[in-house]
Design a protein around this ligand. Sequence first.
Ligand code: F6P
Length: 360
Amino acid sequence: MVKRIGVLTSGGDCAGLNAAIRSITHHAITHYGWEVIGIRKGTTGLINRPLEYIPLTIEQCDSAVLRSGGTLLGSTNKDNPFSFPNSDGTRSDHSDDFITAYRELGLDALIGIGGDGSMHILRQLAQKGNINLITIPKTIDNDLGETESAIGYATAVEVATEALDRLQPTAASHQRVMVLEVMGRDAGHIAIASGIAGGADVILVPEIPYKLENIYNKIKKLTDNGRNFALVIVAEAVRDEAGQPAVVSSLGERIRYGGIGHYLGEKIIEATGADVRVMVLGHVQRGGQPNAADRIIAAAFGIHAVDLIAQGKSDRMVAWKHRDIIDVPIQQAIDAYHSLQPTDVLVRTARGLGICLGDQ
Ligand code: F6P
């Protein structure tokens, strides 16, 4: 009999996490009569001593929470329990601390809301500690396999689209080329979706190699046809001509992308003489209120995750497929990394609209 479940958010935050926490809490308490423990700062909350957690109540998870950005539990995207930073600067395996705390709290199951990196770590912990684990996909990058959408993606696309909506009039007023750099890590989903929705003329994604010449030609063609502005959107992991990524820093466990927008901007100025401005959208794409689509999938994911625990299931990730919620083995989702495919509907749509993807 399940009596007490834990929930944590792990990895980069995004809009819609609180909607998922609220849904889990409501369903677990009102439908099953369980207790819900919110673990703070991702896995770190059960590694630190004293433990960092809060009992979640229906009152806490009201509709204000549904609307709010970030995660009320906090998160981490760097403190891997298997290589955890100690106060003296060294790193060591603290996974046993997490497992001991899980037992001390009397948890019967754990719901982890995260992306592929977090799911990999949570699964390792679950296997080592015999923890009943269910995961919920969240990532603005939308690069997790087996699910058509992850929490946070729809809002990020909406924010990037709004940025293009706002850049277009100022670009036209000043006869400028606007370059917008968006997030997405190694996948171009945010760039292509918001580029189409926001009327971009050029969309560059890491999955499609580009030639600068093609971008210059597109801009020249627009100008020749009397257009007085151009919108270029570029995903952060697009590489420069020499094949190098633009990185802010590569310290720690993972690269931080940033700078490809400015690189492109300079190249466009040199080649076309256009008046160019560059905007790096950054974490604005992750913060703020979730849009309706993210609130809806977060709610549905939360309910299904709790039902899976009630059915005695473990090691499953909930997923959105064909207008329904299904669940798949966690490892299967991690293995099926989902980058943008050249045959994807959005690539075909962009080409059909005459948007330059840089390869022709
Ligand atoms: O994975 C989500 C994401 O927002 C990426 O799109 C981006 O590259 C990265 O996280 C930024 O991470 P951080 O919050 O550590 O700067």
